[in-house]
Design a protein around this ligand. Structure first.
Ligand code: SF4
Ligand code: MG
Length: 338
C-alpha cells in the first residue's frame, strides 16, 4: 500500500503576548491508502493542532510551522496556496468535527448543503448533484431520505446531524477522512452507531481515516493503528491490538487504567485510576520526557534527556527510557492484569 500522508518531524508554535506556545514538537507519522489511524490524547496534547496543520486551518499568525514537512499524496502541503487548499479540503480530504451544528448552515436545507460541495468539487450539474445528495443521505443511514433532504439542520437530532456531516464529507469521494472528536458530543448509544457507520463506510469506500479522540475506548473497533500523544509529542505508536494488550509507555498504561473495561464479568471488581497531575506547560516544555512529572516510574534521566523512540518491534515504538537496555525491568500493569 502506498503512503497517502507523511508527516515528518513537525514543530508548530503559537506566538502569544505571553510567549511562544510550543504546541507540537517533533511529531512524525504516516498513513497508507485506505488505512485508519487514531490519534489519542488528553485535551491540549496537540492532536487537533496536528490535523489542523495538515489541513492548513491554523491561522498564521499567531500559528507558525517552525519546521517539518507534511506530504499529502506526494505533494508538500507547505507549497499549496489557499486556493489549492480549498480544493483539497472537502475534495480529497473530508472533515467532520465534534459539533456538526457549527459546521452546518442553518439557513440551507441539508440536501442543498450536500449538493453544494458536490457541485463545487465534482463539477456535476445541479440535478446530478441532487441525486448524489440523496444517495449520500441513504448511505449514511438517514431514514426517509426523500423527505429529510428538504429539511433544515435544526430538524435533525445530534446523531442525525453528524450523519449528515459524514455524508457531506464523503460526498466527494475523499481519499482521506479526518474526524476530530466526531462522537464526543453524542450520548453513548448514538456514539456507537456513528462509529459503526464510519467503520462500515470505511470498508465500503476504502477511505483512509484519521480519528482524533481523547477516549481510547472508541478506537478499538475502528482504528488499525494508534498514535498516543501527550504534551505536543508522540509517546507511543502501534497497531490497535498492541496498544490495548501490550503497550510499553507508562502514559498509555495510565490511559488504559482509567478506561472502563468491557470484558469484565458482573461480579468482577474494577478499579479505575485516573492519571494524577496536570499536562506540561507548553510555554516552557520540559527538557526531558514531557510525562515525567506525572510518571510513577520516572528516573533521573527522564527529567534531563528526552527519550528517543525505541522500536519494540516493527510498527511499534515508544518514547520512554524504560525501554533502554540499562533501565530497570518494570512489569507492565496492563499485561499483568489480563
Ligand atoms: Fe516515565 Fe521516564 Fe518513561 Fe517518561 S521516559 S514515561 S518519565 S519512565
Ligand atoms: Mg481538540
Amino acid at each position: 500500500k502506498d503512503k497517502i500522508l507523511d508527516v515528518k518531524d513537525l514543530y508548530v508554535s503559537f506566538d502569544t503576548y505571553a510567549g511562544e506556545v510550543q504546541a507540537i514538537r517533533g511529531v512524525s507519522f504516516d498513513l497508507k491508502r485506505g488505512e485508519s489511524l487514531a490519534i489519542v490524547g488528553e485535551s491540549g496534547s496537540g492532536k487537533s493542532v496536528t490535523v489542523q496543520t495538515i489541513m492548513k486551518l491554523i491561522p498564521m499568525p499567531p500559528g507558525r510551522v517552525k519546521s517539518g514537512e507534511i506530504i499529502f499524496e506526494g505533494e508538500d502541503i507547505a507549497k499549496k496556496s489557499e486556493h489549492d487548499m480549498q480544493n483539497i479540503r472537502g475534495g480529497k480530504i473530508g472533515m467532520i468535527f465534534q459539533d456538526p451544528m457549527s459546521s452546518l448552515n442553518p439557513t440551507m436545507s441539508v440536501g442543498a448543503q450536500i449538493a453544494e460541495g458536490i457541485i463545487k468539487h465534482q463539477r456535476l450539474s445541479k440535478k446530478e448533484a441532487k441525486i448524489k445528495a440523496l444517495e449520500m443521505l441513504k448511505l449514511v443511514g438517514i431514514p426517509n431520505a426523500e423527505k429529510r433532504i428538504k429539511q433544515y439542520p435544526h430538524e435533525f437530532s445530534g446523531g442525525m446531524r453528524q450523519r449528515v456531516m459524514i455524508g457531506i464529507a464523503l460526498s466527494c469521494n475523499p481519499d482521506l477522512l479526518i474526524a476530530d472528536e466526531p462522537t464526543t458530543a453524542l450520548d453513548v448509544t448514538i456514539q456507537a452507531q456513528i462509529l459503526d457507520l464510519m467503520k462500515d463506510l470505511k470498508s465500503k469506500l476504502g477511505t483512509a481515516i484519521i480519528l482524533i479522540t481523547h477516549d481510547l475506548g472508541v478506537v478499538a473497533d475502528i482504528a488499525e493503528r494508534v498514535v498516543v500523544m501527550y504534551g505536543g509529542e508522540i509517546m507511543e505508536e502501534a497497531d490497535v491490538k498492541t496498544i490495548f494488550y501490550a503497550p510499553k509507555h507508562p502514559y498509555t498504561w495510565g490511559l488504559l487504567q482509567s478506561m472502563p473495561r468491557l470484558d469484565l464479568g458482573k461480579d468482577e471488581e474494577e478499579t479505575l485510576r485516573s492519571i494524577e497531575g496536570t499536562p506540561p506547560d507548553l510555554f516552557n516544555p520540559p527538557k526531558g520526557c514531557p510525562f515525567a512529572p506525572r510518571c510513577e516510574y520516572a528516573m533521573k534521566v527522564c527529567l534531563e534527556k528526552k527519550p528517543h523512540f525505541f522500536e519494540i518491534e516493527e510498527g511499534h515504538k515508544a518514547a520512554c527510557w524504560l525501554l533502554h537496555e540499562d533501565a530497570p525491568n518494570i512489569e507492565s500493569p496492563i499485561e499483568s492484569r489480563r
